[in-house]
Design a protein around this ligand. Structure first.
Ligand SMILES: Cc1cc2nc3c(=O)[nH]c(=O)nc-3n(C[C@H](O)[C@H](O)[C@H](O)COP(=O)(O)OP(=O)(O)OC[C@H]3O[C@@H](n4cnc5c(N)ncnc54)[C@H](O)[C@@H]3O)c2cc1C
Length: 365
């Protein structure tokens, strides 16, 4: 028996504890007889997410069409100096009802609400400071909170904040991503049309997020209709190991987010299912093997994050290709989309030369 194998399932039942009832924890719990601990009063709340998923991701991860709130076919990348690039999406992007997603996933699962896990030690956990266990597997699905996952690998975590607001006259359509250092030095801001004059407006950056959100609202003359909501946006890299002894990491806790957009709903759902299947087969090693290609892709995307965002090449690209229109293959990989677009234009040699110049710069911008 190798070290990731659990007891023979035909003779023993596996005791599983799951920390966190987000998409990752709940999708792992479906089909397992697990104790699921959630610190809040209900699943899916408080909200933190913009809730955008590609239609392909939604289909492949089993997100029900009934949860789709809005559909988008265009994304515009822009700065505040008048440069913009329009991407027509090959397949639509959805805004989903995010609390509704968790409600659906939690159907039939007895989630232990108001149960905050305060410690994890070997095969035991502490719930509201009381010891529980032993468990054969402890699933760390705590999202971007990183109370327990931090010890298994560092990840770039940027605070993100957004608000639903009305903009009179509906000046922008569909999805808009703003790359401008006045609003975000290290990541980007977004203005996403929801319905009528209603938009979801937000940003992620390293510091002064509330002040920058105020500035963004002022620029677009937007009137808030909700309280601000947000959380940690993760830009990778993914955790080097997804299984350490009896502990398994899923979703944001494993750093399974797209570094260029912070998107992690689909990866949370898929990692939860992959872990559940490996537990049911009695070998946690299967979980790591199933996720290996994804981990590799995310590591490469993290390098692209460093180049585009930390070195600032995204700003240069936007200016270089301003007023162009391209076909987009993968919406929430803004930069992959941009890089693919660069290959298909006559400005590609200039972009490559500029890219090399940025790559060779020793200091960050
Ligand atoms: C501002 C913002 C915008 C985003 N927009 C998008 C987007 O448009 N598209 C997209 O795909 N992704 C987006 N994301 C990322 C997405 O929200 C996450 O990738 C996704 O929620 C990860 O799911 P998860 O189950 O791993 O974690 P979470 O959804 O965070 O769930 C973790 C759960 O664990 C609970 N918990 C944490 N610690 C404990 C504890 N100690 N004890 C008990 N319970 C605990 C939490 O209360 C929570 O319910 C965004 C994130 C932010 C912050």
């Amino acid at each position: 028996m190798n070290c990731t194998q659990l007891l023979d399932l035909s003779y023993f039942s596996v005791r599983v504890a799951i920390i966190g009832a987000g998409p990752a924890g709940l999708s792992a719990a479906r089909g397992l007889d697990a104790d699921v601990f959630e610190e809040h009063d209900s699943v899916g709340l408080p909200r933190h997410c913009t809730s955008l998923v590609s239609s392909e991701g939604a289909e492949s991860s089993g997100i029900s069409p009934s949860l789709v709130v809005s559909k988008y076919n265009l994304v515009t990348l822009m700065n505040l100096r008048g440069d913009y690039i329009v991407f027509r999406l090959r397949k639509p992007v959805y805004m989903i009802d995010r609390p509704g997603l968790e409600d659906k996933l939690a159907e039939g699962i007895a989630v232990k609400l108001r149960s905050r896990v305060t410690g994890v030690e070997g095969h035991y956990i502490f719930v509201n400071n009381e010891r529980r266990g032993p468990y054969d597997v402890i699933v760390i699905a705590e999202g971007a909170a990183r109370r327990f996952s931090e010890r298994y690998g560092k990840v770039v975590r940027l605070p993100g904040l957004q608000i639903d607001a009305r903009i009179a006259g509906r000046p922008l359509e569909e999805m808009n991503v703003i790359y401008d250092r006045k609003i975000s030095q290290s990541y980007f801001a977004w203005v996403v049309h929801i319905d009528g004059e209603l938009y979801r407006i937000g940003l992620a950056d390293r510091s002064q997020i509330p002040q920058k959100l105020q500035k963004l609202l002022k620029i677009f003359r937007a009137e808030p209709v909700s309280k601000p909501f947000g959380g940690g946006v993760l830009a990778g890299p993914p955790a080097p190991r997804l299984v350490v002894g009896p502990h398994a990491l899923v979703g944001d806790a494993a750093g399974l987010t797209k570094p260029l957009s912070g998107g992690g709903i689909v990866l949370a759902l898929k990692s939860g299912v992959a872990l559940r299947d490996s537990i049911n087969k009695g070998d946690l090693g299967l979980y790591e093997s199933a996720l290996r290609p994804t981990l590799l892709r995310l590591k490469v995307a993290h390098l692209a994050y460093k180049f585009m965002y930390e070195r600032g090449f995204v700003h240069k690209s936007l200016a270089l290709f301003s007023k162009s229109e391209f076909l987009a293959y993968d919406y929430d990989d803004h930069v992959k989309t941009l890089l693919l677009a660069l290959m298909t234009t006559h400005k590609a040699p200039i972009a490559l030369a500029e890219g090399l110049r940025y790559y060779l710069r020793s200091e960050k911008i």
